[in-house]
Design a protein around this ligand. Structure first.
Ligand code: FAD
Ligand code: TPP
Ligand code: MG
Length: 584
């Protein structure tokens, strides 16, 4: 089996058509697409591909569960902007990828997953480890392929990369039968190039739309920019900043937009939505113009639609025409790449005096500027907010922080102030517990020179903790902060607020995480008072290997403010007086 080609050093096969096995074509195509790193787990139906790996200059990271491979590919992509790649075998290997694929789909992350399947003659016979993975992943991929002919492998993988990264990015799966991996075909990288992406017919905005948008901006008294994840995907950070600065418009960010506009910028209001600061949501409710840039009006952002920003005209700039007028009806829909649209809009926008509006927002911040917690006295308790604020302060805000899902995720969003794009990596749309540890491994491979922190809850960390072994096998360094509150905290909070404090199935017994780390050969330390936080964070950062900190925080703390699901954006649950650690 296999050809004699050793394709480690030379790239001749990318320029000269060469006969290769299907398995070799998989790697050769990945090399041609610029891939140097993949995450995966072998098995019978993908074994020819694994057998051929040694011939190619690609590093393969062996994961402990295929969900981890998909999250690593996802974290790699979010940190670098490149396409991440995950590989799995048929049957359970492929189905284990599904949560990771759906996570990437909901947040529009470009990953390519390659799975093996049973030989083409056995397809549809319930053969050993056969599943219809293209059927299963149809709703959670941007596109998928089943390939049973060797000559189709290169065109499918090249198309997969193009689809994954074009327009609105997303995950693509390529399922390849075992016989297609084993047979040979002429590999012609150039000929396998996909046709250029056809523009969606709606992706043509008229000059009138741009003129109308400029006019609305000129005439507005209380405008707000809604800054979303699309800014990062488009690379439109400087254009958004130029718009904000030129017209003196304050900027509210979605969770996935954090970092796209610097936290320290005077026009930055902070995060909007369910756990956004009160003044941010009030500004949106009071606004007379919203300029939505690469965000999709998720229900966590709007609250009840009927009462959402009723006084505001709305401009929506969005690459996916299906998002325009989907959740929120807008006055000026501009379909297209955000950077391109803003480059055309900016020359039409002139300076405006925004002082009165900015002053009134500033006044509404009042005394509860929760970001000023650093000077508050130590009350003897350890609060997650303090821990995260201290990690922000000590890392100078320069780390890549990869969060899991729950209360700690929201505290991270509130207390770690992100200055740059791609420094917060978090599962927003699917809200996938277990995301943080594997996604952080992917981020570290993407940015080996960067400091990477995991911020995970005691619940979510246990979902993918097996990837600690991957860290050790790969010899990489990340810092892990477990925010250990003894609860599935975010669910406990909902039970406190909406289910009469019936804490059914949310108290959580965990292993001793420091010992768990130790069993893997990873150093760690438990921290239970605020006084110890700084030294512990320093110890973790200066350790040569991965270091785990188990922060034993208050169990019954809640994330404030909170807009109950289905309420209006201004109907927030505020921190009850006297219960506020920040007011003690
Ligand atoms: C526990 C929990 C609590 C949460 N609470 C909040 C909260 O309080 N506030 C909050 O904001 N979120 C919150 N979220 C996250 C929320 O669910 C959504 O994931 C998030 O609001 C989506 O942000 P987005 O619209 O910016 O990003 P996405 O969902 O990624 O949407 C990005 C949009 O940009 C478009 N786009 C992509 N590329 C381009 C381009 N080149 N040009 C133009 N457009 C482009 C895409 O088509 C897409 O429509 C929470 C999540 C969890 C798990
Ligand atoms: C895979 C998965 N299962 C269930 C949930 C529902 N859920 C959301 S937050 C949460 C609790 C998370 O607990 P923990 O990881 O300890 O974080 P905390 O909220 O305590 O910070 C749960 C169960 C989810 N988001 N993902
Ligand atoms: Mg918890």
């Amino acid at each position: 089996m296999g050809t004699n080609a050793n394709l480690q050093g030379s790239n001749d096969h990318l320029t000269t058509p060469t006969r290769l096995t299907g398995a070799e074509i998989v790697w050769a195509t990945l090399v041609g697409e610029g891939v140097t790193q993949v995450f995966g787990y072998p098995g019978g139906a993908i074994l020819p591909v694994y057998d051929a790996l040694r011939k190619f200059p690609i590093h393969h990271t062996l994961v402990r569960h295929e969900q981890g491979a998909a999250h690593m590919a996802d974290g790699y992509s979010r940190a670098s902007g490149k396409v991440g790649v995950a590989i799995a075998t048929s049957g359970p290997g492929a189905t284990n990828l599904v949560t990771g694929i759906a996570t990437a789909m909901l947040d529009s992350i470009p990953i390519v997953c390659i799975t093996g399947n049973v030989s083409s003659k056995l397809l549809g016979t319930d053969a050993f480890q056969e599943v219809d993975i293209t059927g299963i992943t149809l709703p959670v991929t941007k596109h998928n392929f089943i390939i049973s002919r060797t000559e189709d492998i290169a065109p499918a993988i090249r198309s997969a990369f193009q689809i994954a990264r074009s327009a609105r990015p997303g995950p693509v799966l390529v399922d390849i039968t075992k016989d297609a991996q084993q047979a040979t075909a002429i590999f012609d990288f150039e000929a396998a190039k996909p046709r250029p992406v056809r523009q969606h017919p709606m992706r043509k905005y008229e000059d009138t739309g741009l003129d109308h948008a400029a006019e609305l901006i000129r005439n507005s008294k209380r405008p707000v920019i809604l800054a979303g994840h699309g800014i990062i995907e488009s690379g439109a950070e400087s254009q958004v900043r130029a718009l904000a600065e030129r017209a003196q418009i304050p900027v509210a960010l979605t969770l996935l937009g954090l970092g796209a506009f610097p936290a320290s910028h005077p026009l930055n209001l902070g995060m909007m939505g369910m756990h956004g600061e009160a003044w941010v949501n009030h500004s949106i409710q009071e606004a007379d113009l919203l300029i939505a840039c690469g965000m999709r009006f998720d229900d966590r952002v709007t609250g009840t639609i009927a009462t959402y920003a009723t006084k505001a005209k709305k401009i929506h700039i969005e690459v996916d025409p299906a998002e325009l007028n989907k959740n929120i009806k807008v006055d000026v829909p501009l379909a297209g790449d955000l950077r391109e649209v803003l480059e055309e809009l900016l020359p039409r926008v002139s300076g405006r005096d925004g002082a009165a509006w900015l002053k009134s927002i500033d006044a509404s911040k009042g005394a509860v500027a929760v970001r000023d917690i650093k000077n508050l006295p130590d009350s003897g308790h350890l609060y997650a907010a303090h821990v995260i604020h201290d990690i922000w302060r000590i890392t100078g805000g320069n780390a890549i922080v990869v969060t899991d899902v729950g209360q700690h995720q929201m505290w991270e969003a509130q207390y770690y102030h992100h200055e740059k794009s791609r420094t917060l990596i978090t599962s927003g749309g699917l809200g996938t517990m277990g995301f943080a540890l594997p996604a952080a491994i992917g981020a570290k491979f993407a940015c080996p020179e960067k400091e990477v922190w995991v911020v995970a809850g005691d619940g979510g960390f246990q979902m993918t903790a097996a990837e600690l072994s991957t860290i050790v096998q790969e010899g990489i360094k990340i810092n892990i902060a477990i925010i250990n509150n003894g609860y599935l905290g975010m669910v406990r909070q909902w039970q406190e607020f909406f289910y009469d404090g019936n804490y059914e199935s949310t108290p959580l017994v965990s292993p001793d995480f420091v010992k768990l780390a130790g069993a893997h050969g990873i150093q760690g330390r438990a921290v239970s008072t605020r006084g110890e936080v700084e030294a512990a964070v320093d110890e973790a950062r200066s350790a040569t290997g991965t270091f785990l900190l188990n922060f034993m925080v208050e169990g019954k703390e809640s994330v404030y403010p909170m807009i109950p699901a289905g309420s209006a954006l201004h109907e927030m649950i505020r921190r009850p007086a006297g219960k506020d650690p920040l007011e003690e």
